[in-house]
Design a binder for this molecule. Structure first.
Ligand SMILES: O=C(O)CCC(=O)C(=O)O
Length: 228
């Protein structure tokens, strides 16, 4: 579903239509209905409780990520996936539900017009308060070149989508609004990307999130067995 209105919020020339940001990287504004966003928010609240609670990830150098994260299917920790959360409480990660894989396939149809046999087996659910950020990085712990499906709910953000060679320019800043879908695959699958800014107070209370931003990324790990 597309069709949100065009506009200008003073920061960006906002094109609220399906837009290919780079080859294989597609932004589909307003893809999730408010009802679906509410359902996802409710599901995220459950997942945040555990068995592995949502937490700030600690980086190998001792830095602490400002976003809080919980995973499904496979637990991501810097910089690998495992079936148990060795860096949190040692518990097995919550299962990745079939309905979320179905949603991922619907997302690929919206972005590319086809699913290509997409079979995501992990989700990273990030919660950003108004001060949280995510630095430029590549999603590269997966052993699969399948696309990443990204769903945004709550406060809008500035999403920076760059190139595959470095964290620097060229990149494009895209405003991701509640309900937006962003898919990156093909030549953009390993592009650097990040979230330099949240726009607090922009969420629609109807989605069930009073403040902050949820981002859900679906991925194919290409892994099997218990851990790698
Ligand atoms: O929050 C976002 O839109 C991006 C999240 C992200 O880059 C990640 O989880 O690796």
């Amino acid at each position: 579903m597309t069709g949100a209105a065009s506009g200008d919020d003073g920061l960006f020339a906002v094109e609220r239509e399906r837009t290919e940001i780079a080859p294989g990287a597609v932004h589909v504004p307003g893809w999730l209905s408010v009802e679906r966003q509410r359902e996802l928010v409710a599901a995220c609240r459950e997942w945040a409780r555990g068995p592995v609670p949502m937490r700030h990830t600690v980086l190998p150098g001792g830095g602490v990520m400002s976003v809080r994260t919980v995973c499904l299917g496979w637990h991501w920790q810097p910089y690998r996936y495992a079936r148990t959360a060795g860096d949190v409480n040692g518990a097995p990660v919550a299962p990745f539900p079939d309905w979320l894989a179905d949603l991922g396939r619907e997302a690929l149809v919206a972005a590319y017009g086809r699913t290509g046999g997409y079979a995501p087996d992990t989700a990273l659910i990030n919660f950003y308060d108004g001060a949280a950020r995510m630095g430029m990085h590549q999603d590269k712990e997966e052993r699969s070149g399948a696309p990443v499906v990204s769903l945004s709910i709550g406060d809008s953000c500035v999403f920076r989508f760059g190139n595959t060679g470095s964290r620097g320019r060229p990149y494009r800043d895209v405003e991701l609004v509640s309900g937006d879908l962003f898919v990156f695959g093909g030549p953009s699958r390993f592009a650097y990307h990040g979230v330099p800014r949240i726009l607090p107070g922009t969420a629609d209370p109807a989605v069930g999130l009073e403040s902050g931003r949820l981002n859900i990324t679906l991925r194919e790990t290409g892994l099997s067995g218990s851990s790698r």
